[in-house]
Design a binder for this molecule. Structure first.
Ligand code: ZN
Ligand code: ZN
Length: 173
C-alpha cells in the first residue's frame, strides 16, 4: 500500500514538473498540493532528488539560488536572467561544431578529454532589458526615434523576446 501511495505521489510530481518552467522544489510542491493537499515539501524534495539521481529529470544548480528541475533530459543548456531569475533553454546543441571547438579548447588547456558538458550562462533577459530601455527613454525625450537600435541588436532582441513570450504563453495555470 505504502508503495502504491509513493508511486502515485511520484507520478503527480512528475506530471506537475512537465507543466512547469524549470521550477524549484517549492514551486513543484505548491502545484502538487492543489491535487494532493496532504503531500509534504519533504516528500517533493525527496522525490525530485531521486528522479534526478536516476537521470529521469535534470537538476540545475545556480550559485546562491535554489536548485531548479527540468523534465527535459536531452542535452541543452540554460541561461538565467540575473534580474528576474527566469531560466531559458538555449539550443546550442544544434551547433555541434561550436561545441566540439569548445571541447578541443578545454582539452588543449587541461589535457582532459571531455565526455560531458555542464554549461550555464547568465545575463539580462529581453523583457528586463526592455524595462531598462523604457526607463531610459522616458528620461531622455531628446533621443532620435529608432537611433538606439542597431540592426544586430534589434535582430537579437526580437528573437529573444519571441521565445520569452512563447514561454509566457505556455506558462498559464
Ligand atoms: Zn529578466
Ligand atoms: Zn531546460
Amino acid at each position: 500500500m505504502q508503495c502504491t501511495r509513493n508511486s502515485i505521489q511520484k507520478q503527480r510530481i512528475g506530471s506537475a514538473l512537465m507543466q512547469m518552467d524549470h521550477p524549484t522544489a517549492a514551486e513543484v510542491y505548491e502545484r502538487v498540493r492543489r491535487d494532493v493537499p496532504q503531500i509534504s515539501l519533504g516528500t517533493v524534495y525527496r522525490n525530485l532528488g531521486t528522479m534526478a539521481d536516476e537521470g529521469s529529470i535534470l537538476r540545475l544548480s545556480f550559485a546562491g539560488k535554489p536548485d531548479r528541475f527540468d523534465p527535459n533530459t536531452g542535452e541543452h543548456y540554460h541561461v538565467v536572467c540575473s534580474q528576474c531569475g527566469r531560466i531559458f533553454d538555449t539550443d546550442y546543441c544544434r551547433e555541434p561544431e561550436l561545441l566540439r571547438r569548445l571541447d578541443r579548447a578545454v582539452e588543449l588547456s587541461t589535457g582532459v578529454q571531455v565526455q560531458q558538458r555542464f554549461l550555464s550562462f547568465s545575463g539580462i533577459c529581453a523583457q528586463c532589458a526592455q524595462g531598462v530601455r523604457d526607463t531610459e527613454r522616458a528620461s531622455d525625450a531628446q533621443r532620435i526615434p529608432g537611433a538606439e537600435h542597431n540592426t544586430e541588436c534589434a535582430l537579437h532582441d526580437s528573437g529573444a523576446r519571441r521565445s520569452h513570450n512563447a514561454r509566457r504563453a505556455t506558462d498559464g495555470q
